[in-house]
Design a protein around this ligand. Structure first.
Ligand code: DQA
Length: 138
């Protein structure tokens, strides 16, 4: 069975409550239940942290044994050289995802330290961005 892990960065623990006009009103747990039911042939793990170093540690932990990582580094996407380096350092392919279309938002969101080292980037499809990333690993 393929093993994937979804890693969410800062403030994404508030999904469902946080700016629902941008990020939707579904909680991530609700979404995960739905998607796990839909793709029983793959193991989908989930990790969220608001702390940059913990996200780096998680990438190191899964990055040499899992089949894929789906990473929404949230605000750290635009600021973290360390997370970008971690994506480069590991062997497991990483798909960068975003719920919103970051290119349609403020200029500071147009920069990503993850993209140059990601296998691909999926953004702007709401929570469906994660599902499209899962499908890309099947
Ligand atoms: C986000 C976009 C980021 O710019 C923002 O800081 C987030 C969420 C998204 O999924 O649309 O927290 O990564």
């Amino acid at each position: 069975m393929k093993k994937l892990t979804i890693i969410n960065g800062p403030n994404l623990n508030l999904l469902g409550k946080r700016e629902p006009n941008i990020y939707g009103s579904l909680t991530f747990t609700e979404f995960l239940d739905e998607v796990r039911g839909k793709y029983p042939q793959v193991k989908i793990e989930y990790y969220q942290s608001n702390i940059e170093g913990e996200l780096i540690d998680k990438l190191h932990e899964v990055g040499f044994s899992y089949d894929g990582v789906i990473l929404n580094a949230a605000a750290y996407t635009h600021t973290s050289v360390g997370l970008g380096d971690a994506v480069k350092a590991i062997e497991t392919p990483v798909i960068e995802v975003h719920i919103s279309n970051t290119f349609g938002r403020e200029e500071f969101r147009h920069q990503s330290f993850i993209s140059p080292n990601a296998k691909g980037v999926i953004l702007g499809f709401g929570l469906q961005s994660y599902e499209l990333a899962i499908q890309s690993f099947l």
